[in-house]
Design a binder for this molecule. Structure first.
Ligand SMILES: Cc1ncc(COP(=O)(O)O)c(C=O)c1O
Length: 351
């Protein structure tokens, strides 16, 4: 049986009909009009057009691009195509839970390495070097890091990729939030053995489209198609075309994101300054979509947060789901007009 995710089941139930949503990590939905174009069912040019559009945006070769069902689908394909049952995989902790669950489902041997509060959740190649054992074939990180929103430096990503190269291994980077930090850039170009995964879901407001992709060394692309053929099947051309429209119009969608996020960070910073028992490792960019807030008191906040949803209509994600129960992931993607009230209410809930 495929392992279940307590976090995703919780999110599906709790995010519904939420008046003051400080839990969601993606920006609100864009519309079909934002895609500026049409799609037909049997569009045979859709796949090459999408690969070209992604290659143009991220300055990689189209031969390195494979489409997927969201970043989640890309993750599954990367693990399934590049690794074999029994291979070791070293995954950051805390982590977005599916990074671990997909590995377990595929029979990989999961080992974790910490991104610590003391180091502001930095990616530390020394910690990884020490954790590498003989059978580890891939290291997995998110950039920006979920749940903290912290960025790994390019030097640290390169260093980790260099550790993996001599063993023929990979650094797999879930970069679904990377656009906030570096628009039109991918970590794929930092080293040849980096596999980058992303989608239009979080930073571009196209969650409903589920348009994702992998960027990987071209010699491994056929293996990914092999997995696609034998599992989820070839993506529908109509969706590939809509994805291509999304990528081609990414600048318009990015401007929309900037408009929606404008000024919010300063208000969150001011709120945190006024709540003396709360602090965070400040996410690196003014337009960051979320961050991880810790409470001075070492108490599991989950019950309080869930009660706050009932009493005040406000919710942030309990840190319990990311291995740190005394904190919460604070999303900033709700409508700007609601932000101050939402923060005030959350402050009362976790006091
Ligand atoms: C780090 C990370 N990766 C992947 C995903 C899922 O991305 P997608 O919706 O593109 O499958 C999320 C969603 O919250 C995430 O936080």
């Amino acid at each position: 049986m495929y392992p279940t995710s307590p976090y995703l089941a919780w999110a599906e139930q709790m995010y519904r009909d939420l008046p003051f949503d400080l839990a969601t990590s993606g920006i609100p939905s864009a519309s079909m009009a934002d895609l500026d174009g049409e799609a037909t069912l049997d569009d045979r040019d859709a796949l090459p057009a999408l690969r070209e559009a992604l290659a143009r945006r991220y300055k990689v070769s189209a031969a390195e691009v494979v489409p997927a069902q969201g970043t989640s689908g890309a993750l599954f394909l990367a693990y399934a195509a590049l690794l074999s049952s029994g291979d070791g995989i070293l995954i950051e902790e805390p982590a977005y839970p599916p990074l671990v669950l997909a590995a377990e489902a595929l029979g990989l041997r999961v080992k974790r390495f910490p991104r610590t509060t003391e180091q502001n959740y930095a990616l530390d190649p020394w910690i990884i070097a020490r954790a590498l054992d003989k059978g580890i074939r891939a290291v997995v990180v998110s950039q920006l890091h979920n749940p903290t929103g912290v960025a790994a430096s390019h030097e640290s990503l390169r260093a980790v990729a260099a550790l993996m190269a001599p063993r023929g291994g990979f650094l797999i980077v879930d970069e679904v939030y990377h656009e906030v930090l570096k628009p039109r850039r991918t970590t794929r170009v930092l080293a040849n053995n980096i596999v980058a995964l992303s989608s239009l879901t979080k930073c571009f407001g196209l969650g409903f489209l589920r348009a994702g992709w992998l960027l990987l060394p071209p010699e491994h692309v056929p293996a990914v198609w092999e997995v696609i053929r034998t599992t989820v099947g070839h993506p529908a051309p109509v969706l590939l075309r809509l994805a291509e429209r999304g990528v081609t119009n990414a600048e318009t969608l990015a401007k929309r994101r900037k408009r929606l996020m404008a000024g919010k960070r300063a208000r969150v910073d001011a709120w945190l300054a006024s709540e003396e028992h709360l602090e965070w490792a400040a996410p690196p960019h003014a337009d960051s979509l979320f961050g991880f807030v810790r409470h001075a008191r070492p108490e599991n906040l989950r019950a309080k947060l869930e009660q706050g949803r009932v009493d005040q209509g406000v919710l942030a994600v309990p840190g319990e789901f990311f291995g740190d129960p005394s904190g919460f992931r604070l999303g900033m993607t709700l409508p700007s007009a609601k932000l101050d009230t939402a923060l005030r209410r959350l402050g009362q809930v976790v006091r």
